[in-house]
Design a protein around this ligand. Sequence first.
Ligand code: ADP
Length: 219
Amino acid sequence: MKKNQYVVIGLGRFGASISKELIKLGYEVLGIDKDEEVVDELSSVLTHTVVADATDEEVLKSLGVRNFDCAVVAIGDDIQSSILAAIVLKDLGIKKVVAKALSELHGKVLNKLGVDRVIYPERDMGIRVAHQLVSPNLLDYIEISKEYTIVELSVPKNLCGFALRELDPRAKYGCSIVAINKQNGIIIAPTAGDVVNENDVMVIIGTNNQIDKFESEVI
Ligand code: ADP
């Protein structure tokens, strides 16, 4: 099967980081930026790089951008350029357009233009960091809906050596431990007899309330 090809517009910190990761994952990436210096820095890393103004429809057409599977608009501060690039990409008929928004209003405009996914990296990172600040054992979390979350919690000293049947978060709090990441491997769907130890990471799914309760009463 043919691997998806990506075009990333704006190779600042965000765009560069997405492009490099896609390359690491084995995908082809065309990177476009109007700043020659930025493009030069990535020219040996990405599949193709071009110095161009992404708000110019003719330029994007001539680059064959319409044949790409997904376009990422990673233009930062220049909201006007971000919006124009998104319009051009949607007009070209690219299957999936993803764009970074600087503010809620910028995001609303991008949504109205038909952008398939709007990302708010700074807002989301701020929320993530706040969660980690208030909960020292929280390593990471993914919001799977407004109510449900998956969290990674490091096992605190007071829980070391306990089997899941003793913790029993499902009966006591309603949330479930769906995996235990141990140094020698991960246990997916652990059973009641599995024991958590120091340096293990518990992966827990539940509503925010259930996980909060588990964290505050057990940890
Ligand atoms: P970040 O916060 O991700 O570093 P920046 O705003 O610093 O974001 O970077 C955005 C990049 O987008 C810059 O390298 C800039 O040159 C590029 N850029 C801005 N407008 C355009 C445009 N019209 N066409 C192509 N690249 C653009």
